[in-house]
Structure formats: structure tokens, C-alpha cells
Design a protein around this ligand. Structure first.
Ligand SMILES: Cc1cc2nc3c(=O)[nH]c(=O)nc-3n(C[C@H](O)[C@H](O)[C@H](O)COP(=O)(O)OP(=O)(O)OC[C@H]3O[C@@H](n4cnc5c(N)ncnc54)[C@H](O)[C@@H]3O)c2cc1C
Length: 467
């Protein structure tokens, strides 16, 4: 790298704090500017979801940053989906082969604080209460505001990295300078968070080692466990009710409306959420959208990553995992390339097609979660998928597993997933069981359509504490 090793990161959220750690550990001089106060002093000021599912891609990045152990110590393992049917019955659908293939529920606030400590310990300079307001890319000066007193602070930068989330101010500033080809596609569905408190004896009220789902066709609820024995429930509904009798955030407005909806559609969950009406009325309704950009960088002067570059709907639980993968990729390109412009270009070429692939898979997964996990055809296809995965472990890996437990490019997971889906649909058409399947034909089709996957380096850190 010919230029001085100095970079300015905007946003000390999940990606900003991790990237600062990775780069500072590699000897970069890093300044990070965050619009909020220091959560280690003021307490975490919330923001988006309370907890998140951490998977292999994110965990791998945390291992590189030396933060995996601290994060896993407070995480709750989730083995699979616990599907809650309308009649109150439940079924656990495992995500992976065994407990080596699980995901982890982590608190956003605790994770952010762990990463801020890591960034500072690695030598990054953190500046809180500094909201990016303006960027002069020709003069290489950025203006930050302290929202507590309105004071303005100028900062001379070598290059700006936008880790300032879905509403990125750096993206707006870049967009005034060059055409980013920005498109924001709203999902037309929103979400509301509710809480299941601990049971009277202080334990979890429902199975802790699962991601709970109440699929109801056009809408659904999910619940992820928290370390302190609570669950965060997220109700996803269309913004506008599109059919009579179907709920939407325009018809379910009051706490009483929410209670009536839960009595009808989520009766077993209602019994677990004592403050449903209050939570519903007090908590904000979140919006969901996918952000597409044709361009993420401005030569060697600025680059976007994480949600600032490619916000996605949360239904594959990959937004943060993908953002963490971005951080590793950018750090590696900065290490390998001769100058910032080459590093930003190489980063963008590697990551943009992959971000688009996971954005598409996240949208598809909403349909799967809300209307397919309790459907007969889907369950038969899943049974066959498991069988083929056993027979051809080097070729047939379920798409969920490729995204969640492997680190192959998302675009590869999307492409192979399409080939696999076609085969599953073909083989199970007009069938109600796997009896009498032509296994010889299926085996030869797997070999013909799916080349062997290259091996990945083994996972080195596994948590032994399976709470
Ligand atoms: C309901 C929901 C559930 C989700 N569940 C999952 C999940 O299970 N698994 C998963 O992997 N992902 C999940 N995600 C996605 C995940 O939250 C995001 O992808 C992730 O937070 C992106 O990290 P980021 O650092 O890019 O942005 P953020 O986490 O949004 O961080 C941006 C930071 O920039 C700061 N900032 C903003 N503007 C400025 C400014 N002008 N100046 C300075 N600082 C600024 C913000 O205060 C914040 O600290 C979920 C998202 C939602 C909405």
C-alpha cells in the first residue's frame, strides 16, 4: 500500500466496530465516528432488532478478530426451527446434521459493546456523538455534528468507509457526487417486537435451543431466545391488510386489536406474552426493504459496506453475517492491493454479486418461513433433501446449510440451490412419500448436475457450552 495506512470509518455499529478491529490489528491508523453516545457508558440505545442469529460466516469473522469466544459465551444455541401450528402442536425441524451445525442467538447491544472493546483494544480511536453530516470528497474533509449541542467538527480524511447502516449519510453524500444507481424496494411488510419474560422460577418459558416460528400464510411470528431467559418475539405483518379478514399494520392498530389477532392466530404465544397490548402500543413498527446499488465506491476516497451498501430483509438471518464477511473481505483487499482505489474496486467486485444473491435468498426465505414450513410438499422435499445430502455430502448440501454453515460465495449457494430445488421438485412430483423412488437415477442426476464442492478449511472454534 503506497498511501499512508490511515482510514476513517463512519458508524460504530456491528460492521464498523468489527472492521475497526480487523484493520487496527493489521497496523492501520483508524478513526471511527458514531452518531450515538458510547453504549459502554450510556447503555445501548437500541435501534433495530434486539437479538440476532449469528451463523458461520459471522462467527468466522469474529474468530479472525479474536472476539468469537467472548460473543459465544453469552449466546444461546438454536438447533432448528420449532414450528408452532395453529392447533397448538409443535415440530422441531433441525437446521443441520447435528450440533456442529447450529446458529446462535446474540444480543445486538452486547455484541456491539464487545466489538467496541475489541476495536479500542486493537488501537482504533472511537469518537462518539459524532454524526456525519457532510463529506467534501475533493477537499477530503468530513463534517460531524454533536447532536447534544449542535456543535460541528471537521475531520480531514484519507478515505471514508461507510458502515453507517441502511440510512447511510455517507451514501447520501456519495450520491450527490456520483450516480450510485440507488433503488430501495420496500417489502410492504413491517415488524413489531414483543417480549416473553422468564418463567416464575427464572427459566425459559419455551424450548430455549430453537428459533420459534408461528407460520400463518401471509404473516408470521418468530421468537429468538435471550441470555437472560427471555425471548424476543417479532410479529411480521403486511403494512396494509390486502384481503378481508387478513391482518395488516393498518387494521391491527391498538393493543386490543393485537390481542384479538393473537387470540385467533397465535393462541399459544399469547399465553406467553403477558404485556402484549403494552408492548404492541409502545414499541415502534419497523419497516423492511432491500437496498440495491450499482456502485459502492468512489475511487480511493470512499467505499460503503454492510447495510449502507446492501440492506436486506431479515428472513435468512444474514444481514449482519454478510456485513461481517464484507469486513473480512475489505480488510484482506486492503492488505493485498497496492492502493486504496484498487482495494475498494476489488472488494466491490467480489462482494456486490454475493450481496445481491443473499438479498434474493432472504426475500425467498420469507415465503418459505411464513407459508411453506408446514406444507406437505415442502416437508417431503426436505426429507429427500436430507437423504440426498447424506448420500452425496460433497455435492448436495441444502441451500440453508450452504448459506448458514458454509462460507462458499452466496452466489454459488444461490446457483447450486436452484439446481437442487429443480431436482427435488422433479423427483417428488405427484408423490406423498419417498417409497419407490428411482435412487439410481437420482444419484446419477446429482453427479451430473452438481460438481463436487471444494473443501473448506475446518472450523476451529466450536462452543462446547450448549445452552
Ligand atoms: C428485525 C431485524 C432482524 C434482523 N435479524 C438478523 C439476524 O438474525 N441475523 C443477521 O445476520 N442479521 C439480522 N438483521 C440485519 C442486521 O441487523 C444488519 O444487517 C446489521 O445491523 C448491519 O450492520 P451495519 O453495521 O452495516 O449497520 P448497523 O448495525 O445499522 O450500524 C450502523 C451504525 O452507524 C451509526 N450511524 C448511522 N448514521 C450515522 C451517521 N450519519 N454518522 C455516524 N454514525 C452513524 C448507527 O448509529 C449505527 O451504530 C436483522 C435486521 C432487522 C431489521
Amino acid at each position: 500500500m503506497s498511501e499512508s495506512k490511515r482510514l476513517t470509518i463512519v458508524g460504530a455499529g456491528l460492521a464498523g466496530a468489527l472492521l475497526a478491529t480487523l484493520l487496527a490489528r493489521r497496523g492501520w491508523e483508524i478513526d471511527v465516528f458514531e452518531r450515538r453516545g458510547d453504549p459502554r457508558i450510556a447503555g445501548y440505545a437500541g435501534g433495530r432488532s434486539i437479538n440476532l442469529a449469528l451463523a458461520e460466516r459471522g462467527l468466522h469473522a469474529l474468530r479472525i478478530a479474536g472476539a468469537a469466544e467472548a460473543v459465544l459465551a453469552k449466546a444461546v444455541m438454536m438447533r432448528g426451527r420449532m414450528v408452532h401450528f395453529l392447533d397448538g402442536s409443535q415440530q422441531l425441524q433441525r437446521y443441520g446434521r447435528d450440533d456442529s451445525e447450529v446458529i446462535w442467538s446474540v444480543s445486538r447491544g452486547e455484541l456491539n459493546i464487545t466489538l467496541l472493546h475489541a476495536a479500542e483494544a486493537a488501537g482504533a480511536r472511537l469518537h462518539f456523538d459524532r454524526r456525519l453530516q457532510s463529506a467534501d470528497f475533493d477537499g477530503r474533509t468530513a463534517g460531524f455534528v454533536d447532536d447534544r449541542d449542535g456543535t460541528l467538527h471537521a475531520h480531514a480524511f484519507a478515505a471514508l468507509i461507510g458502515a453507517d447502516g441502511a440510512g447511510s449519510a455517507l451514501r447520501s453524500e456519495l450520491g450527490r457526487h456520483v450516480d450510485l444507481g440507488e433503488r430501495l424496494e420496500s417489502l410492504g411488510h413491517g415488524y413489531k417486537e414483543l417480549e416473553i419474560p422468564p418463567s416464575p422460577d427464572g427459566g425459559f418459558r419455551i424450548e430455549p435451543n430453537a428459533l420459534h416460528i408461528w407460520p400463518r400464510g401471509r404473516y408470521m411470528c418468530i421468537a429468538l431466545p435471550n441470555d437472560e431467559r427471555t425471548f424476543t418475539v417479532t410479529l411480521f405483518l403486511p403494512t396494509h391488510a390486502d384481503k378481508p379478514g387478513q391482518p395488516g399494520f393498518d387494521t391491527v392498530v391498538t393493543g386490543d386489536d393485537a390481542r384479538a389477532l393473537f387470540e385467533r392466530d397465535f393462541a399459544d404465544a399469547l399465553a406467553l406474552i403477558p404485556d402484549l397490548a403494552r408492548d404492541f402500543e409502545t414499541n415502534p413498527t419497523g419497516t423492511l426493504a432491500t437496498l440495491y446499488l450499482d456502485r459502492w465506491s468512489l475511487d480511493g476516497r470512499a467505499v460503503l459496506l454492510g447495510d449502507a451498501a446492501h440492506a436486506m430483509v431479515p428472513f435468512h438471518g444474514q444481514g449482519m453475517n454478510c456485513a461481517f464477511e464484507d469486513c473480512v473481505s475489505l480488510s484482506n483487499h486492503l492488505q493485498a492491493e497496492g492502493d486504496l482505489a484498487a482495494a475498494f474496486t476489488a472488494f466491490e467486485s467480489e462482494r456486490r454479486p454475493n450481496a445481491q444473491a443473499i438479498q434474493q435468498m432472504a426475500l425467498e426465505n420469507y415465503l418459505e418461513m411464513r407459508e411453506r414450513v408446514d406444507d406437505e410438499d415442502f416437508l417431503l422435499q426436505r426429507e429427500l433433501e436430507r437423504e440426498l445430502a447424506k448420500r452425496h455430502p460433497d455435492r448436495f448440501v441444502p441451500r440453508y446449510a450452504m448459506v448458514t454453515f458454509r462460507r462458499m460465495p452466496y452466489a454459488t449457494a444461490l446457483q447450486r440451490g436452484q439446481v437442487q430445488r429443480e431436482l427435488l421438485v422433479e423427483a417428488t412430483q405427484e408423490r406423498s412419500s419417498l417409497d419407490g423412488l428411482d435412487w439410481a437415477w437420482l444419484d446419477s442426476e446429482v453427479r451430473r448436475r452438481l460438481p463436487p464442492l471444494p473443501g473448506e478449511e475446518p472450523v476451529s472454534t466450536r462452543a462446547t457450552d450448549a445452552r
